[in-house]
Each structure stands twice: as C-alpha cells, then as structure tokens.
Design a protein around this ligand. Structure first.
Ligand code: NAD
Length: 268
C-alpha cells in the first residue's frame, strides 16, 4: 500500500484529495494536517468529509505526517508550501505540490527541496490543461509576434487569493517558450488608466473573479481580421485531485528532481 499524506486536508482541494485516497486502489491515507490552531484540527477526517468516523483525527504536526508518508500532497497556501518543502527535503519524502501563487523565495525553497527528494510541481494537474500548455507553445511558435497578439483570460471562483492564476501564468510561459522569449520581459499582468497602445510581442493577462467558477482559461491569438482562441473549462475540481493522485503514484521511487505534469503524463 502506498501511504499518502494530505496537508491542508480541510480545504476545498484537500477534502477532495482525502476522498480520492480513500477510494484509490492500493492507497492508504497516512493522515491529514491543517494549520496549527485551525478549526478542523482534532476533528475526525471521515466526519469532516461527511462519510462517517475513520478514527483518524486532523493533525497539525506536518513533520510527523511527512515522516509517516511515502508521498505528501500539498494544496495549501504559498507560505505553507515553502515550509512543507523543507520538511519534504528533511524527511526525504516524495512531494506533490499544486499550490499556486508562490513568490520567488518560496519557489526557491521548492527547488532546493528537489535537490534532496522527488517533487512534482504543477500549477494545474488536469490532463486537459497540460495538453493545452503544449498546444499553446506550438501555436505561439508558428505565429509571427508582429502579426498575432497573445492575450490570456482567466476566471475563477470568488475565494481565489492569487492572480493571475498559476495556470494563466503557465500558459503565458508556454507561449513565451514558443516565441523563445522570457515571459517576465513581455508580460502585462494588469492594465489600468492611460496605458498607451499595445506593444507588439507583449503577452497580456486579464483576470475575472466570481461565483463558484472552478477554472476557465482562454489563450487568444489576435491578428487584424481574425482571431484564434484555445480554451479549457474545468467544471469539477475532481480533475485536479485525480491528476494529483496520478502524480503521487508516479513520483514514488523517482530520483530527486523537480518534475512537472508533463513528465507525469508522458508529454515531455
Ligand atoms: P482552500 O483555501 O480551500 O484550502 C487550503 C487549505 O490549506 C485550507 O484548509 C487551509 O487551512 C490549509 N492550510 C493553510 N496553511 C496550512 C498549513 N500551514 N498547514 C496545513 N494546512 C494549511 O484552497 P483550495 O481552493 O483548496 O486551493 C489551495 C491551493 O491549491 C491554491 O493555491 C490554489 O490555487 C491551488 N490549486 C491548484 C490546482 C492545481 O491543479 N494545481 C487546482 C486547484 C487549486
């Protein structure tokens, strides 16, 4: 049995991941943690999910959970992921991270951890979006930046705390790779006021927030007289949870390194 731990187990994604582990063949839940002092700490994990007592309380000792697991899955917050990355490195536990919005120093913790253990890090764990990353890179490589403007539009539910979404930034990176430029030299993450005309080669982002939208992304290639749009719409978080479980099964036993869903899905 593969022992999987879920940090942030009471969150939207965390609860879904716990359910996937409990239903998964050959998988055992080694436990779940929440932020120390959080409301869910001490509650029974099964009862939290509304499926009856499991006899496994939500913990707050992340280090003990890493030590007791073959792999830990993290959909928490950027600051928590940076701490969890250190624990993954210390305990040499395989680590799957879906958390987005990491600042440069938090990203550095993840890269550091990947020198000591196997880490899968992906802003979006769905098969469809990872295919979209590849398509966007190919299309961007084919279309002349002087003729085609790239704009990336995303919409998410009202609770999302980071913007643009990690997936939108991932799509921007794919487009920039296709054009052989660094994303941070061409991105326009916000526009406000008298911006002046659009610069050829820029990659623009637009963010919408509202309701319960799980995640919509569209990459627009706009020219004079025509426009190509590549879109993905997620209607259930289950696609992310299933992708994370697939990554967890895949990463066990891999040498230390930073892997992506492209590696997991064999699209690399
Ligand atoms: P959420 O707020 O519902 O859940 C996050 C949970 O983490 C909360 O329960 C919170 O209490 C917990 N947490 C925070 N700090 C913690 C700590 N130190 N230890 C343990 N638990 C801690 O959010 P969500 O919608 O589930 O999303 C979580 C993250 O996953 C976000 O960054 C989101 O963008 C990302 N996400 C990624 C994908 C993907 O496919 N990669 C898909 C969906 C969401």
């Amino acid at each position: 049995m593969t022992k999987i731990g879920i940090v942030g187990c009471a969150g939207r994604m965390g609860q879904m991941l716990v359910a996937e582990v409990l239903n998964g063949e050959g998988l055992a839940l080694s436990g779940g943690t929440e932020r120390p002092g959080g409301d869910a700490v001490g509650r029974d994990l099964g009862e939290l999910l509304g499926r009856g007592r499991l006899g496994l309380p939500v913990g707050s000792d992340a280090k003990a959970l890493f030590a007791a697991s073959d792999v830990v899955i993290d959909f928490t917050s950027a600051s928590a992921a940076a701490i969890h990355a250190q624990l993954a490195a210390e305990t040499r536990t395989a680590y799957v991270v879906g958390t987005t919005g990491l600042a440069a120093d938090q990203e550095a913790s993840l890269r550091q951890a990947a020198t000591r253990t196997a880490v899968v890090w992906a802003p979006n764990m769905s098969v469809g979006v990872n295919l979209l990353f590849s398509l966007v890179e190919q299309v961007a490589a084919l279309l002349d930046p002087a003729t085609y403007d790239i704009e990336i539009l995303e919409m998410h539910h009202r609770h999302k705390v980071d913007a643009p979404s990690g997936t939108a930034l991932g799509l921007g990176q794919a487009a920039a790779r296709g054009r052989d430029v660094a994303l941070d030299s061409v991105w326009q993450k916000t526009r406000d006021g008298l911006t002046g005309p659009r610069k050829a080669g820029d990659i623009g982002f637009a963010t919408l927030r509202g309701g319960d939208v799980v995640g919509d992304h569209t990459v627009v290639f706009a020219a004079d007289g025509e426009r190509i749009e590549l879109s993905h719409k997620a209607s259930s978080r289950q696609i992310f949870a299933k992708g994370a479980i697939r990554a967890a099964r895949w990463v066990i036993g891999r040498p230390p390194g930073l892997y992506s869903m492209k590696d997991v899905l064999g699209l690399a």
